[in-house]
Design a protein around this ligand. Structure first.
Ligand code: C2E
Ligand code: MG
Ligand code: MG
Ligand code: MG
Length: 284
């Protein structure tokens, strides 16, 4: 068979070479794109408040269109750049771009909280809080309009230092969210010490909530626990009406997901908002 003839190993190592080659190319090109980031952009996914039915905020998500390889998903390039110490300049670009967009929206009368994903390395960056405050000041955007999303795993990686950074951000009025909640390691007592306002329950728990009773109990428990700690709870990845009804019934405060909207360009985001307001007016 293939294995005994040695072909198995041959094919296997060729695949490794290809994957390695691609990572190498992506990293090299990502780093040069950071110098003049015309192939990067941000898209914005609405977050809907279930009590009012209003869109109260958006999550900024990075997009990279490689000149020859086409769109590269963040699930591929973010882990790569995080391993290669490119997370700090990347987050700097994301925050600058998102805050500049918020300033333009605010001028046009659109007052939204925008959340940005940050990396573990940002919590180890010297004066990260200071640099975020400087961007907000330069664009004249209030601290409370920006939210930073951080995963449990990122926080647990040198927890004391992370806590100090998060406290500094929180003291400045910048909002903090735990992202992908439930997928990392976290201790309840530690979660209680974090100065976060929002907990976002990972999509992997949400998608099967309407068909799997075990998922339903698990999410119910997560929701009541985080609400007890005084946090707002967001359900990520809501794709259907059935899932929406379930997360509403167990007390989630907000939802994000394809059921309402995919991540949108700034122009499409504004159009989406306008259509929703028209719908609300039509219903009222
Ligand atoms: P995340 O922060 O948990 O972001 C939510 C992801 O779920 C986004 O994927 C979004 O498009 C996707 N999503 C939202 N609603 C639905 C839904 O109803 N169904 C499905 N199937 N997916 C949904 P995206 O944009 O591909 O980003 C993937 C991950 O990459 C993000 O997960 C985040 O961890 C990371 N990422 C994206 N942009 C940035 C960034 O600017 N900086 C950093 N550090 N990480 C980023
Ligand atoms: Mg996120
Ligand atoms: Mg994330
Ligand atoms: Mg998430």
């Amino acid at each position: 068979d293939a294995r005994s003839s040695g072909r198995f190993f041959h094919v296997h190592s060729a695949q490794i070479d290809t994957a390695f080659q691609r990572s190498f190319t992506l990293l090299r090109d990502f780093e040069s794109t950071l110098q003049s980031p015309s192939d990067f952009r941000l898209v914005y996914q609405p977050r809907v408040d279930l009590a009012s039915g209003r869109c109260v905020g958006a999550e900024a998500l990075m997009r990279w269109t490689h000149p020859t390889l086409g769109p590269i998903p963040p699930g591929e390039f973010i882990p790569l750049i995080e391993r290669m110490s490119l997370a700090n300049p990347t987050t700097a670009w994301v925050i600058e771009t998102a805050v500049a967009q918020m300033a333009r929206w605010r001028e046009a009368g659109l007052d939204l909280t925008v959340s940005v994903n940050i990396s573990s390395a940002n919590l180890h960056e010297s004066d990260f809080a200071g640099s975020v405050k400087a961007v907000l000041a330069r664009h004249d955007v209030p601290h409370t309009a920006l939210e930073l999303e951080v995963t449990e795993t990122a926080v647990m990686n040198d927890a004391e230092l992370a806590l100090t950074q998060l406290k500094e951000l929180a003291d400045a009025g910048i909002r903090l969210a735990i992202d992908d909640f439930g997928t990392g390691y976290s201790s309840l007592s530690y979660l209680q010490r974090l100065p976060v306002q929002v907990v976002k329950i990972d999509r992997s728990f949400i998608t099967e909530i309407d068909t799997d009773p075990r998922q339903f109990s698990l999410v119910s428990m997560m929701v009541s626990m985080t609400k007890h700690l005084g946090h707002r709870v967001v359900a990520e990845g809501v794709e259907t009406r059935a899932v929406l009804d379930q997360v509403r019934s167990i007390g989630c405060d907000e939802v994000q997901g394809y059921f309402f909207a995919r991540p949108l360009s700034p122009q499409d985001f504004v159009r989406w908002m306008e259509q929703r307001v028209e719908m609300e007016c039509a219903v009222a």
